[in-house]
Design a protein around this ligand. Structure first.
Ligand code: IVH
Length: 669
């Protein structure tokens, strides 16, 4: 290929990749498969390799290029990054609004989620990312440009026109809660100290001197403020949000224009109620004067602007006392020291126990029975003890010792690195209970009503000796158990029956293979064509899967070679569980280009499963009905979406018709 031709192809490929990044990260509506995207990317890489002179720093291939630094350069912010006035007190919010009304009269506001991450300034020159820095002291921060470049959702080049000159933005670097947990697991296995919360993990990952390390950390960005530039184009925060999105910056979709305290409270309440369901931590809402000219008139105090205010959620970090420390045996046999606490309210949830992780963590934090500790909760995950709060002069108890024998089955415990392990596998009742709970959990088979208590009863009463037994339970057996009545017993059996139709990645995750989290399970399902192939894969084949290292590959292989596991798997697959075709198999793409909306309750599968199924078959499951939609699947008690579909003449399907449609396309359901 001639250089001029290569130049043209490279330009086109980059434009295409940026466009698909935009659809994926900003619009949340990808149009091509991951494989097709990788194809474009590899083609670009190959051309750039052939013509190294054509590589530019803003090429999508150039995210991880930097060499390790000795220290971060100090960077002067384009505009000082002030902090926010904040309170969790409704009266303080009212005062903020009153003060503004007095100064400039009635004005409109925008309310947005307040992200709990690390705030950064991003500077673009003529559309190209040139600098990024942490907040630092507000005037100057640390230059973390090379690290920020590794975050896939931060565009290296802005889309669209009107990006000449200097544009500066403020945003938050965040880590999703699940990924934070997986990172901590990894760190602990490697003998490193875990992070206390997703915010520290995001900030810590951003402050790595080696960008290659940052590149391996699951970071994401939300941009929420235009600091400088585009003055002619943008006159309100609401406009700014739209313009930023058009430029390809990731702006959180949830925001409202409001003009009263009640509306702010409403938004706050709504987000607060959904707080535990969100993928990342929010610590409140931010209310901002919409009109930028009014903002200028209001100005700032020495610390914070007078035009913005953070109305915070109740904190999820409190101090309480450790009543007792006891060992708890998990599904993989790891024995975790758990602190029983004097009950404390953490952001609306009463917490009475918290994890101390492992033997070494207890020693490092030096937490003993009777101590005062700071505890914290993120999302709906298990709370943790972050640190001991010193009480000078108080007499303390002896340091905690892990037991020598398994508290559940009495087997002699082993030490593996910082962990303590019960080697008795599924013969150990506690491990079986853990396996069942995990198998039934939300990211696995999602069996509603099958939690810790119930699983323990199943095992104690001998109703479940191994996982396949779950599918043979009769309502008559369950109704005998404490806490159950006829209806709840029937519901549970029903939920178990419905869970048997499961997507491959959920099933793989649910097996509880050591170290295989939900993300890796997805990768495995995507990489291999079927469960059989995953099961038979060699270590080398497993290592070809993104996110699977040699250690993990070894453990996965060992899991499937283990005789007891093989028997369980055969039992499950023989006639209990039906695996739904994942992406990349024969049926993939059969719904390519088809858009569906689900409304009302479904009977055989949950709405979420149905939506995931559609997506995995190449279709799109969206939430709003328009003429563009091909089918609206109508369950029981459908909402306004059903009426809208009828009005627009969009075709509607019952649940049975939907399943029939899939079958007609060769999908096993
Ligand atoms: S606007 C002058 N909007 O919260 C301040 N900040 O605790 C303008 N934050 O330092 C900031 N979400 O880094 C704004 N939607 C949002 C935000 C947000 C999180 C951060 C910000 C600030 C911190 C204060």
């Amino acid at each position: 290929m001639r250089r001029s031709e290569a130049e043209k192809s490279i330009r086109e490929l980059r434009a295409q990749i940026r466009h698909h990044d935009y659809l994926y990260y900003v619009k949340d509506a990808p149009e091509i498969s991951d494989e097709a995207y990788d194809g474009l990317f590899n083609e670009l890489k190959a051309l750039e390799k052939q013509f190294p002179g054509l590589v530019t720093p803003d090429s999508p291939t150039q995210r991880v290029g930097g060499i390790p630094l000795d220290k971060f350069p100090t960077i002067q912010h384009v505009v000082p990054m002030m902090s926010l006035d904040s309170s969790q007190d409704e009266a303080a919010l009212q005062r903020f609004i009153d003060r503004i009304r007095k100064a400039v009269g009635d004005v409109g506001y925008v309310v947005e989620p307040k992200f709990d991450g690390a705030s950064v300034e991003l500077v673009y020159e003529d559309g190209v990312l040139v600098r990024a820095s942490t907040r630092g002291d507000g005037r100057r921060g640390e230059g973390v440009t090379e690290n920020i470049r590794t975050i896939a959702s931060v565009p290296l080049r802005l889309r669209d026109s009107h990006t000449e000159g200097v544009l500066a933005f403020r945003g938050e670097i965040i880590m999703r809660i699940r990924e934070f947990e997986e990172l901590n697991e990894r760190l602990m296995v490697e003998g490193k100290e875990p992070f206390a919360n997703p915010r520290n993990a995001a900030a810590g990952s951003l402050r790595q001197l080696d960008p290659k390390i940052t590149a391996q950390r699951p970071l994401d960005v939300f941009v929420y403020d235009l600091l400088a530039g585009a003055e002619d184009e943008v006159s309100t925060q609401w406009d700014a949000r739209a313009v930023l999105r058009n430029w390809g910056l990731r702006v959180h979709e949830e925001a409202r224009r409001v003009s009263s305290v009640e509306q702010v409270l409403d938004f706050h309440r709504d987000l607060y109620e959904r707080r535990d369901d969100l993928e990342y931590e929010l610590d409140g809402v931010v209310i901002k004067v919409n009109d930028l000219a009014v903002r200028d008139r209001l100005g700032a105090t020495s610390h914070h602007p007078r035009w913005a205010f953070a109305y915070k959620f109740p904190p999820r970090k409190e101090i309480t006392r450790v009543l007792r420390i006891f060992p708890s045996v998990g599904r993989t046999g790891v024995v975790t020291p758990v602190a029983m606490l004097r009950p404390v309210n953490l952001g609306g949830v009463t917490v009475s126990r918290a994890s101390l992780h492992n033997r070494e963590e207890v020693a490092r934090k030096d937490v003993r029975e009777g101590d005062r500790v700071r505890v914290q909760r993120a999302g709906d995950v298990i709370p943790q003890v972050i640190e001991r709060v010193d009480e000078p002069g108080r007499k303390r108890t002896r340091a905690y010792q892990m037991p020598n024998h398994c508290p559940s089955c009495g087997t002699l415990l082993l030490e593996r690195g910082p962990y303590t392990i019960c080697p008795n596998g599924l013969e150990c009742p506690a491990q079986l209970v853990g396996r069942i709970v995990h198998f039934a959990s939300r990211d696995a088979l999602d069996i509603e009503g099958l939690g810790d208590e119930t699983a323990r009863l199943f095992v104690e009463r001998g109703l479940v000796r191994q996982l396949p037994d779950l599918f043979h339970l009769a309502p008559g057996q369950i109704v005998e158990l404490e806490g159950f009545a006829e209806k709840s017993a029937a519901n549970l059996v029903d939920a178990i029956r419905r869970s048997a139709l499961v997507e491959l990645h959920r099933f793989v995750y649910g097996l509880g293979i050591p170290e295989v989290g939900a993300a890796v399970a997805r990768e495995l399902a995507r990489h291999f064509r079927s469960f059989d192939e995953i099961r038979q894969a060699t270590g080398d084949e497993l290592e070809a899967v993104p996110g699977v290292g040699p250690k993990m590959a070894e453990r996965i292989e060992a899991f499937f070679r283990e005789e007891h596991n093989q028997r369980i798997l055969d039992g499950l697959l023989d006639d209990e569980v039906t695996l739904v075709q994942p992406k990349g198999t024969a049926a993939s793409g059969v719904l390519e280009g088809i858009k569906m909306v689900f409304t009302g309750g479904l009977g055989r599968i949950t709405r979420r499963e149905a939506q995931e199924l559609v997506e995995s078959l190449g279709g799109r499951a969206t939430s709003s009905v328009s003429k563009e939609i091909d089918y609206v699947v109508v369950g029981t008690d459908p909402g306004s979406k059903f009426e809208k579909a009828q009005k627009l003449g969009v075709k509607t399907l019952t649940e049975d018709e939907f399943l029939e449609l899939l079958r007609s396309k060769g999908v096993e359901v």
